[in-house]
Design a protein around this ligand. Structure first.
Ligand SMILES: [Zn+2]
Length: 169
């Protein structure tokens, strides 16, 4: 029997006991009409989808993300996240972070420029925003746009002293 035949026999054998491929997050096996994963920690059981929660830190504060799907091994308790589950967690974390950055008020925007000691033209050049636009935000004639609000928040996060003076004055 040559090497190709032996490999084919091995693959046939693996297929017959239900394993058809090994990927980084687990050993997939065909069961019924779905695809399940055998625990890569103990190889004793298949992962079952369960719920978990994670603590994330946003702006130095802890927040709990609840009701997150994960795969848990009933035999050894090992838990993993599939790629799709990790993506869902990332989306929830980003949504949480964005939600924790309320729109800056006109007073906060004025304070920001005073604390930074910048002229209107300077901050507008920095943010790539028109002077009339920024002026309207500072005067409270219109609200800062959500995307620019996030940009200003991320700039302030790089300067904690400035952030403290603008947000908690
Ligand atoms: Zn296990």
């Amino acid at each position: 029997m040559d090497i190709v035949q032996r490999l084919k026999k091995l693959v046939d054998h693996k297929t017959s006991i239900g394993i058809f491929s090994i990927v980084p997050i687990g050993v997939f096996a065909i069961q019924g009409n779905g695809v399940t994963m055998i625990c890569t920690n103990c190889f004793e059981a298949e992962y079952k989808t369960t719920k978990t929660e994670l603590t994330v830190t946003v702006n130095g504060e802890s927040h709990v993300l609840r009701d997150l799907d994960c795969e848990t091994c009933p035999a050894c308790g090992e838990s993993i996240f599939t790629h799709a589950q990790s993506l869902e967690i990332d989306k929830k974390r980003v949504t949480l972070e964005f939600g924790l950055k309320p729109l800056l008020t006109s007073d906060q925007l004025k304070t920001l420029r005073r604390v930074l000691d910048m002229k209107l033209a300077e901050i507008c050049d920095l943010l790539h925003v028109g002077r009339n636009t920024y002026g309207r935000w500072e005067r409270g004639e219109v609200e800062i746009t959500p995307s620019m609000n996030l940009l200003v928040h991320s700039l302030m996060e790089k300067m904690p002293d400035v952030c403290d003076k603008v947000i908690k004055k």
